[in-house]
Design a protein around this ligand. Structure first.
Ligand code: HEM
Length: 391
C-alpha cells in the first residue's frame, strides 16, 4: 500500500469553478489520508465505495467518533445536538426519521409546487422592477428556498438576515469553533423561543404540527434549527451555482429552453455535476474490509461525494455537463439512512426556480467575467458568494 496522502485535496482547478480538485480523480477508489489532527484514516473517491460506506451500519455518523478532514478544524468534534439527524445512528436516528418521513413525502412536497411558483414569481417581479444588473444570490437564489422553508416550518421570514448569517458561519470550514458554537447557540435559542410560542398557540405549520409528537422542547428546537439550516443554504447554492453553470454552458441552456419538459432530468444532472455538498465522513465501529483494504475500528473514512459523482466507471464523460444524461444514482443528496430528507422539497424548488428565472429573463447573462464570480471556497457547501447578472 502506498504512503498516506498528507491531507484532503481542496483546491479546485484554476478556471473551472464547477470541477472538484483534480487530485481526487487520481486517488480512486480509496487511499489512506493523514487528517489535520494527525489521525491516519481514509479517503474514498469511487462511486461504488462511497455508496458502500454510506449504506453500511458498521460505519457510524456520530460526529464525536470522527476526525475532522478539513484543515483548521477542531481536534475533537462535539456530539450532534439533539435534533441534528446527520450526526446520530440508528435506532436514535430512526425515531426522528420516522417522525419526519411522512411530512416530507413526494406527494406533500409536490403540493407545494404552486406556492413555490408564486414565491419565485414575486421575487422575479421585484428583480424586474429594480432592473439590471443585480446579484442573483440575494435577489433570487437565497430568498426562494428561505421563504419556502420558513413557510413550511412556521419561522418568520422577517428574521432571515439573522438566520442566513448564522447558517453561513455553521457551514464555513474556516470559521473557528468559538464562532460556530456561538452561531449554533444563537440559532438554537431563536428556535427555542419559537417552539415555546407554538406550544402556547399553534399555527398551521410543521413546527406546530410537531409539538403534538413525543419530542421534548430541546429536541424540537434542535430539529427546527437543523431543518432551517439544512433547507436554506443548500438549495440557495444549487440555484445560484446552477444558474452560473447554465449561463456558461449556452448550448446546454439552449437545449433546455427548447424543451422544458426535460427539466427534471436537468436538475438531477446539475445536482451530480455540481455536487455542492461535496464531502462527508463516517467512523468505522469495527474492522471493515473495504475495496480490498482493511479499515480498522476507530478510523475515519472521508467520503468525497463530488469525486464519486465524477467517477467515469459510473458516469461516462463525467466532467461534461450533459443535461440529457440519466444522472439518477448520483450521491449529491447522500445515500443510505441519512440520504437527504428534504430532497423532494429541493427538487420541487429547483424544477420551478430555473425555468421561472430563465423564462422571465430570456437574455439573462453574467454581468462580470466568469473568472470574477466570487466562489465559496471555504465552505462545506460549494457555491458562489454573489452572482452578478444582467438582461
Ligand atoms: C441530509 C444534500 C436540501 C434536509 C443531506 C445529505 C446530503 C444533503 C448530501 C446527507 C448528509 C450525510 O449523509 O451526512 C442536500 C442538497 C440539497 C439539500 C445538495 C439541495 C439541493 C435539503 C432541504 C432540506 C434538507 C431543502 C429541508 C429540510 C436534510 C436533512 C438531512 C439531510 C434533514 C439529514 C437526513 C438524515 O440524516 O437522516 N442533505 N440537501 N436538505 N438534508 Fe439535505
Amino acid at each position: 500500500m502506498t504512503a498516506p496522502i498528507p491531507g484532503l485535496p481542496t483546491t479546485r482547478p484554476e478556471g473551472c469553478p464547477f470541477d472538484p480538485p483534480a487530485e481526487l480523480a487520481e486517488l480512486r477508489p480509496l487511499t489512506r489520508m493523514v487528517y489535520p489532527d494527525g489521525h491516519v484514516g481514509w479517503l474514498t473517491t469511487s462511486h461504488e465505495l462511497v455508496r458502500a460506506v454510506l449504506a453500511d451500519s458498521r460505519f457510524s455518523a456520530r460526529y464525536e467518533l470522527m476526525h475532522y478532514p478539513f484543515p483548521g478544524g477542531p481536534d475533537e468534534i462535539p456530539p450532534a445536538m439533539p435534533g441534528d439527524l446527520t450526526g446520530i445512528d440508528a435506532p436514535e436516528h430512526t425515531r426522528f426519521r420516522e417522525l419526519l418521513a411522512g411530512r416530507f413525502t413526494v406527494r406533500r412536497m409536490r403540493l407545494l409546487t404552486e406556492r413555490v411558483a408564486e414565491i419565485c414569481a414575486e421575487q422575479l417581479d421585484t428583480m424586474a422592477q429594480q432592473g439590471p444588473p443585480t446579484d442573483l444570490v440575494t435577489a433570487y437564489a437565497q430568498p426562494v428556498p428561505a421563504l419556502t422553508i420558513c413557510e413550511l416550518l412556521g419561522v418568520p421570514y422577517a428574521d432571515h438576515e439573522f438566520f442566513q448569517r448564522t447558517v453561513r458561519t455553521l457551514t464555513s470550514t474556516s470559521a473557528g469553533m468559538e464562532d460556530q458554537g456561538a452561531a449554533l447557540t444563537a440559532l438554537y435559542e431563536y428556535l427555542h423561543e419559537l417552539v415555546l410560542a407554538k406550544r402556547r398557540s399553534p399555527t398551521d405549520d410543521l413546527l406546530s404540527d410537531l409539538t403534538t409528537s413525543d419530542l421534548d422542547d430541546v429536541e424540537l428546537s434542535g430539529l427546527g434549527t437543523f431543518l432551517l439550516g439544512a433547507g436554506m443554504d443548500t438549495t440557495a447554492n444549487m440555484i445560484a451555482l446552477g444558474t452560473f453553470a447554465l449561463l456558461t454552458n449556452p448550448d446546454q441552456l439552449g437545449e433546455l429552453r427548447d424543451g422544458w419538459s426535460t427539466v427534471d432530468e436537468a436538475v438531477e444532472e446539475l445536482l451530480r455535476y455540481l455536487s455542492i455538498a461535496h464531502t462527508g465522513a463516517r467512523a468505522a465501529l469495527t474492522d471493515v474490509e473495504l475495496g480490498g483494504e482493511l479499515v480498522r475500528a476507530g478510523e475515519t473514512v472521508t467520503v468525497s461525494l463530488q469525486a464519486a459523482n465524477r467517477d467515469p466507471a459510473r458516469f461516462p464523460d463525467p466532467d461534461t455537463l450533459d443535461l440529457t444524461r440519466h444522472a439518477a444514482g448520483h450521491v449529491a443528496l447522500g445515500h443510505g439512512i441519512h440520504q437527504c430528507l428534504g430532497q423532494q422539497l429541493a427538487r420541487v424548488e429547483m424544477r420551478v426556480a430555473f425555468p421561472a428565472l430563465l423564462k422571465r429573463f430570456p437574455t439573462l447573462r453574467l454581468a462580470v467575467d466568469a473568472a470574477d464570480v466570487p466562489l465559496r471556497t471555504d465552505s462545506n457547501i460549494h457555491g458562489v458568494h454573489g452572482l452578478p447578472v444582467t438582461w
